[in-house]
Design a binder for this molecule. Structure first.
Ligand code: FAD
Length: 495
């Protein structure tokens, strides 16, 4: 057996206090005993200040932390999120919702989509989304907690307030915060493990394990340890965003809006007290000035902040855990926020690291396992995001013509071909998305040419009754729900 590469860790140092840093601090200070957790952040540098839409896995993370939901919603001015409405993605003036639930009922040996495809061919099926409870609830602006995990949901949150909330939890569990700018990272001359961080005031912070949450700077993992970066911008050419906050002009919807335009897309994220707006675009196809004008012309409500430009590079770190340093958040790479997956990836990285925590010293086998799992996770999400650009009827600009003619990753090309020809889709390697693949492929206009022959065991009348019964069941449940705004009021009274 190979010897550990280090001694038992006693001190975890987290560099950076954005969403990634404080999520890591909250989890480690609560869940690992006998370890000192120290977080260093620089008020002068600040955080990226975006990242406000989440996916349902965050609820699991909050359970681990023992977070009270009503208190969390109040602290972050959060709202509930049942999915994302994709507007103008399949083509202009067309929309669909990618909802967090499962569509239809799985029955027999074939998935629900096979029954739906036959129903479509016979002209007796409604839109695919009409058979998904979360989608129907979202369309009617309804929400409530239902028994037996009846509605799958996530949140929209104010990123700055979320970091502050997690900071209060972390400090309550003993994490120590140090303010200052890291100006030097010292390595052990023999092992090249990180030894300490030196701040601008000369303070030296020693540690055994370092978590790089320094955002796009990637100060430890890249600038110091040179873990390497794999560029994916040939598949995802977006490299720019502009964000602006506005006052709300309507009751918050329980879903994010993603609105495609000629060279990218815009987001609208409704919070209790304001709306988060932004535009994502490729500088190859649109100038900053034109994107800003497009954004400002389309927002509603008075602006609260000035438009903030953010440049990014899509891709991933070649090693997410290298030596005694683990990268989380923007320091580990970037995938555009189309499916709100970045905070999920932070939490996955934290949980994965906790599962592989080097309690008796760092082992190369643990590092390799961490890196392989992380890569599989990110590559699958990357494919899912590319899917939205590749499968569309839009050809109305150079940007869309590029997206629809580019060569796809083999893994995605295979998945699309399998679904297009047979309606089959499989979840691989415990990947994040499941029903979502179908919802997005169908929403983007990819209707399978064939269905599983087992469906023909059902007569046409039986199929009609089967589809109608699911649709009515979902509609009946939703009719009894309160509005999203009423439910937020109810939650506010639970604090
Ligand atoms: P940051 O917030 O940049 O924090 C970096 C920290 O490191 C700061 O505290 C900074 O002060 C500190 N730091 C840096 N250098 C030093 C130094 N030398 N010394 C001391 N401290 C230092 N994700 C989602 O899940 N959903 C979304 O809807 C979403 N939308 C996004 C929209 C855009 C346009 C972008 C760009 C990203 C979006 N993301 C989204 C991603 C999300 O914003 C990030 O994953 C998340 O905010 C984590 O950021 P971070 O903590 O890694 O980095």
């Amino acid at each position: 057996m190979n010897a550990p590469l280090s001694n038992k860790p006693r001190r975890v140092v987290i560099a950076g206090g954005g969403t990634a840093g404080w999520m890591a601090a909250a989890a480690m200070s609560k869940l690992i005993k006998d370890i000192d957790v120290v977080l260093v952040e620089s008020d002068a540098i600040g955080t990226i200040g975006v990242g406000e839409a989440t996916i349902p896995t965050l609820l699991y993370f909050h359970q681990l932390l023992g977070i009270n939901e009503a208190e969390f919603l109040q602290a972050t001015q959060g709202t509930f999120k049942l999915g994302i409405q994709f507007e103008n993605w399949r083509d202009k003036n067309q929309h669909y919702i990618h909802a967090f639930g499962v569509t239809g009922q799985d029955c027999w040996a074939a998935g629900f989509q096979h029954f739906w495809v036959k129903g479509q061919q016979l002209g007796i099926a409604n839109d695919f989304g009409d058979y998904c409870l979360e989608q129907v609830a979202a369309c009617h602006n309804k929400f409530a907690h239902l028994p037996n995990n009846g509605l799958n949901y996530a949140y929209h949150i104010d990123a700055t307030r979320y970091a502050a909330y997690l900071r209060s939890l972390s400090e309550a569990h003993g994490a120590k915060r140090i303010e200052g700018k890291i100006t030097r990272v010292n390595l052990d001359p023999k092992t090249h493990f990180i030894q300490n961080l030196v701040l601008d005031n000369g303070q030296c912070i020693e540690g055994d394990v370092f978590i790089d949450c320094t955002g796009q700077r990637a100060l430890l993992i890249e600038q110091t340890l040179h873990a390497g970066f794999e560029d994916w911008s040939h598949w995802l050419p977006q490299d720019s965003a502009i964000a602006v906050q506005t006052h709300s002009t309507e009751a918050p919807k329980p879903y994010t809006r993603s609105i495609a335009h000629e060279s990218g897309w815009q987001w609208r994220i409704p919070l209790q007290h304001r709306m988060g707006n932004g535009i994502v675009y490729s500088s190859r196809y649109e100038s900053d000035a034109s994107a800003e004008e497009r954004l400002l012309n389309s927002i509603q409500g008075d602006t609260i902040t000035s438009p903030r430009k953010i440049k990014f590079q899509t891709g991933t770190r070649r090693k997410h855990w290298h030596k005694n340093c683990v990268a989380l958040g923007l320091a580990s790479g970037f995938l555009e926020p189309l499916e709100s997956t970045s905070i999920h990836l932070i939490q996955q990285g934290i949980v994965r690291f906790l599962r592989l925590f080097p309690a008796n010293g760092i082992l190369q086998a643990d590092i390799d396992e961490f890196n392989q799992q992380t890569r599989d996770d990110i590559a699958s999400i990357r494919d899912f995001i590319i899917l939205h650009y590749a499968v569309t009827e839009r050809r109305d600009s150079d940007f869309w013509r590029h997206c629809t003619s580019m060569e796809l990753p083999d893994s995605l090309a295979h998945r699309i071909a399998l679904f297009a020809q047979t309606g089959r889709v499989f979840r691989k390697n415990n990947e994040l998305f499941d029903d979502s693949w179908m919802q997005v492929m169908i929403g983007q206009g990819l209707i399978p040419a064939a269905y599983h022959p087992i469906v023909d065991n059902m007569s046409e009348d039986e199929l009609d009754r089967f589809l109608t019964q699911i649709k009515h069941t979902e509609a009946d449940k939703v009719a009894r729900l309160p509005s999203h705004a009423q439910y937020l009021d109810y939650m506010a009274n639970q604090v």
